[in-house]
Ligand binder design. Sequence first.
Ligand code: FES
Ligand code: FES
Length: 173
Amino acid sequence: MPTPLTRTLVVNGEDRTVTVADDGEQLLYVLRNQLDQRGPRFGCGVAQCGACTVLVDGEIRRSCVTPLRTVPEGASVATLDGLDANGAHPLQRAFIEQQAAQCAFCVNGIIMGAAGWLEQRNESGETAAPSDEEIAAFLSGEVGESTFNYLCRCGAHVRMIRAIRQAAEELLS
Ligand code: FES
Ligand code: FES
C-alpha cells in the first residue's frame, strides 16, 4: 500500500517542499518532474550508469535508486542545475575545454560525482590533485565513498580523466 509523504529539501540552496503519493518514489523523478531539475538524467534506472548522480548532504547518490523516504527532512540536495551558482564550476569549464563529451548524456552525472569526490578528498585533507590512475579508478567505482562506476557509452573517458585532473588542479590552486 503506497504511503503519501511530504518532504522539505534544500535543493541547490533553496527550500523546496514536495508531496508524493508513494514514499517509494525515487528522488530522480521528484527532482525532474516536480522540482524542474534537468541536471540528473535517467540512463539505466538501476544504479549502473551514473547519469542520475546528485549529492545528498555531500554524499554521492544515485537518485534513480534513492526513494524519497530515505532522504532526511531538510537534507541538502545538489544537482548540476545549481553547480554554476557562482559562475561556471571548474569541472564545467574543464569538460568544455577538454571537449570531454560526444553526446554528453552521461556528463551531468559524471560532473556531479566528480564534484562530490573532489570535495570529499579536500575534506579528508588531501592536498595533491588525483593522478590519472586515481581518476580512472574513481570512474570505475574503485575509490571514494561511492563504489558506483560511471558509464560513458561514447567512450570519452580519456578526455574526462583529463578534464577532472584539470579541475582538481584548479580547485587546489
Ligand atoms: S539512471 Fe541512475 S545509475 Fe543509471
Ligand atoms: S558522451 Fe555520450 S555517453 Fe558519455
